[in-house]
Design a protein around this ligand. Sequence first.
Ligand SMILES: NC(=O)c1ccc[n+]([C@@H]2O[C@H](COP(=O)([O-])OP(=O)(O)OC[C@H]3O[C@@H](n4cnc5c(N)ncnc54)[C@H](OP(=O)(O)O)[C@@H]3O)[C@@H](O)[C@H]2O)c1
Length: 288
Amino acid sequence: MVTLITGASGLLGATLAPYLKGLGYTVLMHGKSAGNDVSCDLTDKSATRAMLEETRPNIVVNLVALTNVDKCEESPHDAYLLNVRTVENLVAGMRGRVDPYLIQISTDQVYDSIGPSPEDEIRLTNTYALTKYAGELAAARMPSTILRTNFFGHSALPGRKSFSDWLLESLRNGDPISVFTDVVVNPLALETLSAMIGRVIERRVEGVFNLGSRGAMSKADFAFELARIYGLSIQNVRRGSVGDMNLRAYRPRDMSMDCSRFEAAFDVELPTLQNEICELKRNTHAVT
Ligand SMILES: NC(=O)c1ccc[n+]([C@@H]2O[C@H](COP(=O)([O-])OP(=O)(O)OC[C@H]3O[C@@H](n4cnc5c(N)ncnc54)[C@H](OP(=O)(O)O)[C@@H]3O)[C@@H](O)[C@H]2O)c1
């Protein structure tokens, strides 16, 4: 059985691909640029079809996206191309195959209500969220599992930092930083998210699912908790508001997700965010 990870050369793919290989899956890593098992511009329909004909995957895990929220706002067409058209091309390319299956990775940015949002409480407030949601609609045209998620952890990708990488680096350097009290999230650690994607491949329950940790935190509380667990000084850390930043795109305030549908469908209890932060430190020791 061949699992093709499209967008495997990105932040999530750098952890997910080795994890799935470790489980014994035959994994093909795709990126736009050369240096991957397969490279192809997925905005190009015929190139996408040819790539799928050549690789003949049983499962596609799609991670391709324009993840820079401000760039999406600046160029909605680029956001459409990368967050929607790529999915449309994958779906078209898999049409007619025996037992095709797509796992589409989406985002918690499709929410902005008070308290953990269930899957039907969509509130689209920026171009990134709008185009990721449109990508979900494209994915839903074939047998698929759509995972709305967010993640942090040690980036395995040289030159690319996750939110927690940035925080740890700033805390260690004593850089003055402002952390937001008014942005609430419940992300998973990269390793846990990879394990949950492994579980999705195994159980193949179709539908749309929120996938995050239990017990959301503001980004500010996350930063202070991270500093406490790592024993780092918070002297130069200031609590602030995302509204004070001059950001091009609006940032949803409460992206916390109610993940009970995922827990029931995949028969798993998701970890608490507090525990995920503790695991991050344990994983640091494991890799150093
Ligand atoms: N990053 C986050 O904090 C976050 C949070 C929540 C959800 N997500 C979702 O998680 C998924 C993975 O995010 P990520 O941060 O790992 O993404 P990423 O690091 O930005 O990686 C994007 C991937 O897309 C590929 N790509 C870009 N343009 C392409 C094109 N025209 N054709 C084919 N491939 C193209 C890139 O290939 P090259 O490397 O060759 O350019 C790269 O492999 C995305 O769906 C994202 O929406 C991310």
